[in-house]
Write a protein that binds this ligand. Structure first.
Ligand code: AMP
Length: 116
């Protein structure tokens, strides 16, 4: 989609530290990491956010989860290792700043609960 930052990263028009790419997803390191490991997994197809997902998006949403697991395992924070947090931000109270569906993969330190 025109004027979408994450569509531009998917297209290769904006540089990013990409750690994974497949037909449905691209994963890259967050530019302002909130944990030692902070990777964003985005859909290659433009979807606004987790609050707009419809049943027809199911394959893309499953692909986000599968890629998140692969990234966590590759980063050494998989379920058999330290563990990690997955987060979708939706709307202003969650500080959702980029309107393109993305899953945060956070880990590498104790993250605590509930989040601040
Ligand atoms: P959200 O608040 O869920 O919309 O998260 C958007 C995330 O995108 C934030 O954590 C930002 O730090 C991150 N971000 C913004 N621009 C870039 C960029 N060019 N490359 C990598 N991450 C970015």
């Amino acid at each position: 989609m025109a004027d979408c930052l994450f569509c531009s990263i998917v297209a290769g028009d904006v540089p990013a530290d990409i750690v994974h790419r497949d037909e449905r997803t691209v994963a890259f390191r967050d530019i302002a990491p909130q944990a030692p490991i902070h990777v964003l997994v985005v859909t290659t197809r433009h979807i606004a956010n987790a609050g707009t997902v419809v049943p027809e998006d199911a394959d893309d949403v499953v692909a986000l989860l599968v890629t998140a697991k692969a990234v966590a395992d590759a980063e050494g924070i998989g379920a058999e290792d330290r563990g990690y947090r997955l987060a979708f931000n939706v709307g202003p109270d969650a500080s959702n700043s980029v309107p393109h569906l993305h899953l945060h993969v956070l880990g590498g330190r104790s993250l605590g609960w509930p989040p601040g």
